[in-house]
Design a protein around this ligand. Structure first.
Ligand code: MG
Length: 236
């Protein structure tokens, strides 16, 4: 018997942010605090507070502060320091049993995300920017940055573009996020979970989101929703 589930006749798929959502802290800022000269603070302030620098340009500037030769040191640091938000592994196990694809969609960079997620040995897919180490300072390639973009023109990794590869007639799109770069996918979701500043942005736009503190909240809402569906189907 298959354990796969459908919602409204569609395949559920989860799109989940990484920094500050899967992880308790913003990993880019953790790395900068440890490895970058203090100039990183001005760049982050220009991105987040003054809004004078786009995320994509800011990301390149931040990693451009780091020496490529320190790659292994940085990787080891994130493996040791990054903490997952509670319930994350349980949610992954739940999705694996029910064959719900779990996509990590991140504005971050592969070499500080992949080594951390690999420890879980879970069937998830990662969409993010990619680091190169062939120059003295770390360079960033952005495969998920659309060439022509009519949306925010800000993000290094367009989460809307990734979401739209899963058309709404076939997929029930569930999003989980915590900040402004998650707003686009939140607006297009069938079911959206939000925490931190994303809650404020969603309420400004009157978007129906489910607040969550950690993944045990997400798991209980999702499993209740799926159980109620199977109960309805059993009665039909
Ligand atoms: Mg985030």
């Amino acid at each position: 018997m298959s354990n796969s589930v459908l919602i409204d006749g569609r395949q559920p798929v989860i799109f989940c942010d990484y920094d500050g959502t899967i992880t308790e802290e913003d990993v880019i800022q953790m790395v900068m605090r440890e490895f970058a000269p203090s100039e990183w603070k001005r760049i982050v302030a220009d991105i987040l507070d003054h809004r004078t620098l786009s995320i994509k340009d800011g990301l390149s500037q931040l990693f451009g502060l780091l020496e490529s030769a320190r790659r292994d040191e940085i990787t080891q640091f994130v493996i040791e320091q990054v903490r997952f938000r509670a319930g994350f592994q349980e949610l992954l196990a739940f999705c694996a049993i029910r064959k719900i694809p779990f996509l990590v969609v991140s504005g971050g960079v592969d070499f500080i995300i992949t080594p951390v997620l690999d420890r879980l040995n879970a069937p998830l897919q990662l969409f993010c920017s990619q680091a190169r180490f062939d120059e003295a300072r770390i360079q960033i390639d952005m495969p998920w940055l659309p060439k022509a973009c009519d949306e925010c023109k800000q993000c290094a990794c367009c989460k809307i573009r990734i979401l739209e590869d899963y058309p709404v007639d076939k997929y029930y799109r569930i999003t989980i996020g915590d900040s402004l770069t998650d707003l686009g996918m939140t607006e297009r979701a069938d079911m959206a979970f939000a925490r931190a500043r994303l809650l404020d942005y969603a309420s400004e736009k009157n978007l129906p989101v489910t607040p969550f503190d950690d993944f045990t909240d997400v798991l209980s809402v999702l499993s209740m929703h799926l159980e109620s569906l199977s109960f309805t189907e059993a009665r039909v």
